[in-house]
Design a protein around this ligand. Structure first.
Ligand SMILES: O=C(O)CCC(=O)C(=O)O
Ligand SMILES: [Fe+2]
Length: 330
């Protein structure tokens, strides 16, 4: 964008900006980037080929390296917690997918700020997760500077619990505690607090549900406020290997709205590591950091609830191990 067309809303992701047509002009982006930007703007997701010549072999290496880390027998006979979070810590292929330079460049163009990855999840089977927004788990100030990139590590068809999503739902407001009337001090929150409103919105708006039947090596970006989840995994003789990398963008404050109550002094700030640099990331916005004293105070206000939630989550995991399957995670 030239000076004459300075973006007056740098705190809105470029793809979601009312000034989209001023930002995405030939010369600033390729035809393929423009296609992806328009898909993301209109539908809240965009499919693309993962830009790594070695991705087929990398996918095979990731699958064989992680295979032993899942409770397969339990899953086949019922349900089980089949996620490995942050495998990038021990697996260079997982990290190289997360920090792929082409993806970082693409996301940075789409959002108008430098993208950085903060988390990986590797799933060998369908998650069967209730549809949800990532916005209630991972949000930012300014809002919407977060997205997921989901990569198929094998071909995935309708029987393998494919990813599902509601096209266009990303344009809805970000509904959080104050909208549904939940006060974090009153109890331990999880995303099931919002299931009813999401279900009712889907019914009321008639928004279209779609599934991603992916080819190995294809990837999908979703906007943070897109409703998405996992379809039932119908054929348990098959797997559904995928990697999700979650990205934030620079110069934001990063927090979990679901556990926050800012006007009563609770902000569940996230203290994250940038997977590119392996360094902690500072919470800031408009080029001003959040004062450390405020981070500390909101943490102190939050700690009793965080403790309660940690023990609740331990209890849920224990139950899940016994009776199989944990739902409702991000
Ligand atoms: O892979 C899936 O089924 C959904 C994953 C998801 O919701 C996430 O990583 O945010
Ligand atoms: Fe999610």
């Amino acid at each position: 964008m030239s000076q004459a067309h300075r973006n007056p809303l740098p705190g809105v992701p470029a793809v979601e900006s009312p000034f989209f047509d001023d930002i995405f002009v030939p010369g600033n982006c390729s035809a393929e980037e423009l296609r992806i930007a328009k898909d993301l703007r209109d539908n809240g997701y965009a499919v693309f080929d993962f830009p790594d010549a070695d991705i087929q072999a990398k996918a095979e290496r990731i699958k064989s390296a992680l295979h032993g880390r899942y409770p397969w027998t339990q899953w086949r006979s019922g349900k089980a917690d089949m996620r490995v979070q942050d495998a990038w810590k021990t697996n260079d292929d997982v990290r190289s997918v997360a920090i792929n330079a082409g993806v970082l460049e693409l996301l940075s163009k789409l959002y108008g700020r430098q993208a950085w990855p903060f988390q990986t999840l590797n799933f060998p089977v369908g998650t069967e997760q209730h549809f949800h927004t990532d916005s209630i788990h991972f949000s930012s100030v300014p809002e919407r500077f977060m997205c997921g990139v989901w990569l198929a590590l094998e071909d995935i068809g309708p029987e393998q619990g494919p990813l599902e999503y509601y096209a266009g739902s990303h344009r809805w407001p970000i509904y959080t505690n104050e909208h549904v009337g939940f006060v974090p001090r009153d109890g331990v929150n999880d995303q099931s607090t919002y299931h009813e409103v999401w279900r009712r919105l889907v019914e009321r708006t008639g928004v279209r549900r779609e599934q991603f039947h992916a080819r190995k090596g294809q990837a999908l970006i979703w906007a943070s406020n897109l409703l998405h989840g996992g379809m039932p995994h119908l054929d348990k003789s098959k797997t559904r290997w995928s990697q999700v990398t979650h990205y934030y963008f620079e110069d934001c404050a990063y927090y979990t709205p679901m556990h926050s109550d800012p006007f009563r002094g609770l902000v569940a700030f996230r203290h994250l590591t940038d997977l590119r640099t392996l360094r902690p990331v500072i919470n800031s916005f408009s080029n001003n950091r959040i004062p450390p004293a405020f981070l500390k105070a909101s943490r102190a206000g939050f700690e009793p609830f965080a403790r309660l939630r940690r023990s609740y989550n331990r209890f849920r995991r224990k139950l899940a191990r016994r009776s199989g399957g944990e739902r409702g995670m991000e």
